[in-house]
Design a binder for this molecule. Structure first.
Ligand SMILES: Cc1cc2nc3c(=O)[nH]c(=O)nc-3n(C[C@H](O)[C@H](O)[C@H](O)COP(=O)(O)OP(=O)(O)OC[C@H]3O[C@@H](n4cnc5c(N)ncnc54)[C@H](O)[C@@H]3O)c2cc1C
Length: 401
């Protein structure tokens, strides 16, 4: 009997993790990525909770540690850069033990893929035919036709293949959280230290500066409310909108705006939570942000993406790729992952207002709340908020091929 074949769409974190684990259980794997080459870069993410075990089982913990962003802690600062509060510390604190750029984590897994995984860059799936019981057939925009036993959609929050398959009302609930973020890399200056510095300004605005391992600084300008038409706009318009929003924000906002003006990786996105009642249909499974984007407001997206590849492989390993059997396997995947996802998706009501105060009074209240939460009797509550992707359950077993 020939090895079953999986087509995986998306080569960031969830896709390569699924490829790594499926290949290790004996599947043939083809990964299709729409970008013309591997996408480096991205923001600071971390590996937490059960994902640390998955990484350890891949033998990649030290490689990720070596690529760490060098961040040593997280502080809130005022307009003069003075520290007003320190966020929870320790291996599971706001700055985790394993902090890494999204691109560096993805590359670490991709570089470690075993033989037998075919990578196709610069193509995206335009058609999925799942009407024949014994296979799913996908066609890409370049006319490539791939027949597979399983299609894994790992395309992130704006997945288009997900939309081709999960096209009934209620299949996919995309919730706009009302927050827009502009990301970019700017020159590092002597005033940057090795901490994540987080500044809140009135008008529901935030400025973040974080170290990376390349002697540059990762910056975020975030705001609550209307996106000002910045999402999807061209560079010039984005810069204009950011100038209008942040010119008077204070602290290092001016420096970030100047840095963004010449940075080549600025992009803007609207925080969108994805909820799906089931992550499978026929021979198609959805994993990572495409299935459950938790957004940075929930946290742990990279850890869930990494873990999902492992759990998917564990669920299908050793079973026949008969359609009913595959459905049972994908149901087991759903059962295992869902509590982890539910745990971070339940963002408390009012959290956006709390995190992005609009008025001076709101900001003052926020400073008081920070003191109570971070230095007072509720410290434990704040520390718990940074603990994501945690479970008492054993990871399911992945048999080697
Ligand atoms: C500012 C910020 C901070 C974050 N911080 C953290 C953190 O501290 N900890 C944490 O765990 N997570 C964090 N995350 C979340 C984390 O980055 C994501 O959860 C994670 O990258 C999801 O991985 P993924 O592989 O599912 O999707 P993505 O990383 O979104 O990758 C999707 C891939 O699919 C490709 N693709 C898209 N469409 C198609 C298509 N049609 N065909 C083929 N390929 C396609 C894309 O090019 C991309 O390579 C953060 C995110 C942001 C934005």
């Amino acid at each position: 009997m020939s090895a079953p074949h999986a087509v995986i769409s998306g080569a960031s974190i969830a896709g390569p993790s699924a490829a790594w684990w499926l290949r290790h259980t004996g599947w043939q794997v083809t990964v299709v990525e729409r970008a013309p080459a591997f996408r480096d870069g991205g923001q600071n993410v971390d590996v937490r909770g059960v994902a640390k075990q998955v990484l350890e089982r891949m033998g990649l913990t030290e490689a990720v540690r070596a690529a760490n962003t060098t961040e040593i802690g997280t502080v809130l600062v005022d307009t003069d850069g003075r520290v007003t509060a320190t966020l929870p510390e320790g291996p599971d604190g706001a700055t985790a033990e394993l902090e890494v750029l999204r691109g560096d984590l993805a590359r670490t897994v991709l570089d470690a893929l075993p033989d037998g995984v075919t990578l196709v860059f610069g193509e995206r799936i335009t058609d999925v035919d799942d009407t024949v019981p014994d296979r799913v057939t996908v066609t890409t925009d370049r006319g490539r036709v791939l027949r597979a036993d399983l299609l894994v959609v790992a395309e992130g929050v704006r997945s288009t293949t997900r939309a081709l398959v999960f096209d009934h009302p209620g299949d996919v609930d995309e919730r706009d959280l009302g927050v827009t973020m502009a990301f970019g890399t700017i020159p590092r200056t002597d005033s940057d230290d090795r901490r994540w510095r987080w500044y809140n300004a009135v008008g529901g605005r935030q400025v973040h500066l974080r170290p990376d391992p390349y002697d540059t600084t990762r910056a975020i300008l975030a705001w609550a409310g209307d996106d000002d038409g910045a999402t999807g706009a061209d560079r010039e318009r984005v810069q204009e909108r950011l100038e209008e929003r942040f010119a008077d924000a204070g602290w290092e906002a001016r420096r970030v705006l100047d840095g963004f003006a010449t940075s080549d990786d600025v992009y803007v996105d609207r925080l969108t939570q994805v909820r799906m009642p089931v992550w499978r249909r026929g021979r198609v499974a959805v994993v990572g942000d495409a299935a459950w984007c938790v957004t940075p407001m929930g946290g742990g997206g990279a850890s869930l993406a990494l873990t999902s590849g492992y759990v998917l492989a564990a669920s299908v390993a050793g079973r026949s790729s008969d359609r009913d059997e595959l459905d049972r396997a994908l149901a087991a995947f759903d059962d295992w992952m869902r509590p982890l996802v539910d745990d971070v998706q339940g963002i408390p009501r009012g959290i956006v207002r709390f995190a992005y105060p609009r008025t001076r009074f709101g900001l003052a209240l926020r400073h008081v709340a920070d003191k109570v939460l971070l230095e007072g009797p509720l410290q434990g509550l704040a520390a718990r908020a940074t603990r994501v992707a945690e479970t008492d359950r054993e990871l399911p077993r992945v048999p080697a091929a």
